[in-house]
Design a binder for this molecule. Sequence first.
Ligand code: 5AD
Ligand code: SF4
Length: 400
Amino acid sequence: MSVNSLEDADIVIVNTCAVRQKPEERGIRYAKEAKRRGKKVIIMGCVAQKRKEKLLDVADAVVGTREFHRIVDILKEWKFGVLYTDFGSLTSYFLWRRKNVSFSEFVTIQIGCDNFCSYCIVPYTRGREVSRPVDDIISELTYLESRGVKEVTLLGQNVNSFFYDGIDFADFLKVIDKKVEIPRIYFTTSHPRDISLKVIRTVKNSKHIMPWFHLPLQAGSTKVLMDMGRGYTKEEYIEIAGKIREIIPEATITTDIMVGFPTETEADFEETLDVVKKVKFDHAYMFIYSPRYPSKSAIVYKNNIPEEVKGRRLRCLIEEVNIYIKERRELMLGKEYEILIEGPSKKSRDYSKGKTQGNLTCIVPGIFEPGTFLRVKIKEIIGLTPVGEPLQVISYPISF
Ligand code: 5AD
Ligand code: SF4
């Protein structure tokens, strides 16, 4: 049974991220606190993979990124003092018959990453890139469909390089679109170097694949992009984003952007702002560069941009990004959207929140069951959040 507070737990599973230093430290602090309170502690995820046996003094079990199925034995057999950080076999990795299924689920289609972007720890903590067998994914999706799941997000570090038995990512999306009747299928993350016109056109022509593209920019200066090992130029990024909007006008484009990469000058940072101005993202996750050993940039460069410069660049970037998010949200005014209700809105009581097909959060007055499809008309934008008037509850299938 899962519980809601640390106090009530017997065993605490800390699932960790190592992409930046702060979340890594936060995970370890949480594990230490749980241990101090006498709990059995299991550390999982990228920090477990990275620190391995060194964590055995703060945790009773350490479970890496490709052995997470071991958690079953640990819990069943109450087996502690164990370390599972091998990059195990693929078949054992994909245990998919979930018992508790929600209206919205994630399905892994690819593990690991081969890109070795110079700032990134992921290839070290998650291993080489492997695409999962297509039939295996289809069975999982069919199972989720039979359980009434309304939306699924297909996950991989670089889904556009998915390749299995002669089937590339676009072909794979076509297979899913034909064989699976889950109303909404999303995928993330797309690499700007690898996303093809074929994929964009496939999304355009599909019934279930939703028009949301998460396309991490990271930086706007071609020089910095080269130092990061991203494999595309500023112009190529702008071009591919333009193609998405040209082929699918209703598509949303979201991104990840970093400031303070060691070779980023003020002029380079201006180029990032320039891309933001030209592309007009629908949403962005923004970060300050964090050196991650043993990634290349942590070894090769000194992290010598002053903290206050990085902080200023981040604030400035957020401000600029928000200008265009606001502009994009205002385009929604007066238009109708189909939203999928997620639950009550945190900000205002008596409101529910849901997502458009383009994955943008809206709020609507009224309490609706999570998993309800609702047609809404956007009446106003509060801050950056569209507020819709509920028009009609939709029972799927509608557009098939
Ligand atoms: N420092 C800061 N941000 C990073 N990311 C990845 N590595 C780092 C790092 N060393 C960001 C990237 C990536 C997102 C998941 O995290 O923007 O797309
Ligand atoms: Fe990291 Fe680059 Fe792979 Fe993304 S594509 S996980 S940033 S190495």
